[in-house]
Design a protein around this ligand. Structure first.
Ligand SMILES: NC(=O)c1ccc[n+]([C@@H]2O[C@H](COP(=O)([O-])OP(=O)(O)OC[C@H]3O[C@@H](n4cnc5c(N)ncnc54)[C@H](O)[C@@H]3O)[C@@H](O)[C@H]2O)c1
Length: 317
């Protein structure tokens, strides 16, 4: 038996519930402490209540965690990552996006040499682990004769209009929140090259962006729509392989998919309905993170590449 991974969780909000549920399933993990800057009720973990702190510095003065998980609002990620890197020896799993602007990315890069950012900083690009994304990536890899992906359309809707200003405080904008999910998901299928256009509307609650990519050596283009102006969550993507006429539809809400060419159904994907969507993302994410070889999509270089595209200002704007 090896010692369990001692985890400190920072930010006891909505997504922390999923992290705690998935961590509680793993017998190689112990929850060492929790942190939240606002008063929150005791956090139960496998029937016990680990020590709770009001700020990360206090927690790191009292504990030596192996992994610090940051599930705080997006604009706090960069600062808390630096703090965890400099005041502990732990690895850091940061909720997506790793940073909210390019200056913060540069700030993290400057720590290279002082702290092992490649060995210690990981970003929870959880959409890249969704089962329908996995299925579609394997399908593409197994069918090279379908040719390159030539066009992608992805639409992510969240009912955050109902949460009002709170949503902006936690997630900043729909592009900040969903754009990074769309981009990290697309890295499973294509090599992203650049943000070619970006329009935000509804005070940041909606976005329409286009991104260039390469697939099997050819250039293609992705259209990314996201919006909070809805009462329900709905997320879908379609991949067109124009040479062969194959189209792959994936429904991220239902975690289903199918591939078709004209009227012919080529492949289908479903699930047994037993695993909640977020658990279906974070279970494989933690399995990968806590393995000997974490998936590169969790790593600092992937986050840096995604951030450079996500936060770019397209030419002509
Ligand atoms: N909600 C989701 O479905 C979801 C899914 C994936 C990723 N995320 C990402 O996770 C992050 C958090 O989202 P959420 O929905 O859980 O937000 P949330 O607002 O529900 O929770 C954030 C928590 O962090 C606490 N906090 C704020 N500043 C802090 C600080 N400096 N130190 C300690 N605690 C602090 C807040 O009090 C709050 O309890 C965001 O970056 C978001 O993009 C959210």
């Amino acid at each position: 038996m090896t010692d369990p991974v001692r985890v400190g969780l920072v930010g006891v909000g909505i997504i922390a519930e999923t992290h705690l549920a998935v961590l509680a399933e793993r017998d190689d993990v112990a929850l060492e402490f929790t942190v939240d800057s606002r008063p929150v009720g005791p956090v139960e973990f496998r029937g016990a209540t680990p020590p709770h702190y009001r700020d990360l510095t206090q927690a790191l003065d009292a504990h030596r965690p192996d992994l610090v998980v940051l599930t705080t609002p997006t604009e706090t990620h960069a600062e808390l990552t630096v703090l965890a890197l400099l005041q502990s020896t732990a690895r850091v799993l940061v909720e997506k996006p790793l940073v909210h602007d390019l200056a913060s990315l540069a700030g993290l890069r400057e720590l290279d040499g002082k702290a092992d950012i490649r060995g210690r900083v990981f970003t929870a690009h959880h959409f890249a682990f969704s089962p329908e994304v996995d299925w579609a990536a394997e399908l593409l890899a197994a069918n090279p004769d379908w040719g390159p992906v030539t066009a992608i359309t992805s639409a992510f809707y969240d009912p955050y209009v109902l949460r009002g200003p709170e949503a902006f405080a936690s997630y900043v904008s729909s592009w900040m929140d969903s754009g990074v999910n769309q981009l990290s998901m697309l890295t499973r299928f294509v090599e992203l090259t650049e943000l070619t256009s970006a329009q935000q509307a509804d005070g940041g609650a909606s976005a329409w962006c286009t991104v260039g990519f390469r697939s099997r050596g050819e250039a293609g283009s992705a259209r990314l729509r996201s919006s909070w102006l809805t009462g329900s969550s709905s997320k879908e993507s379609s991949l067109v392989l124009g040479r062969s006429g194959v189209e792959i539809w994936i429904d991220h809400t239902a975690m289903t998919g199918f591939a078709a060419r004209g009227g012919e159904l080529l492949a289908v994907f479903g699930n047994d309905g037993r695993t909640p969507r977020k658990v279906a993302h974070y279970r494989p994410l933690y399995a990968s993170l806590l393995s000997d070889r974490p998936d590169p999509v969790l790593g600092f270089d992937a986050a840096a590449t995604i951030t450079a595209i996500h936060r770019a200002v397209p030419e002509g704007r």
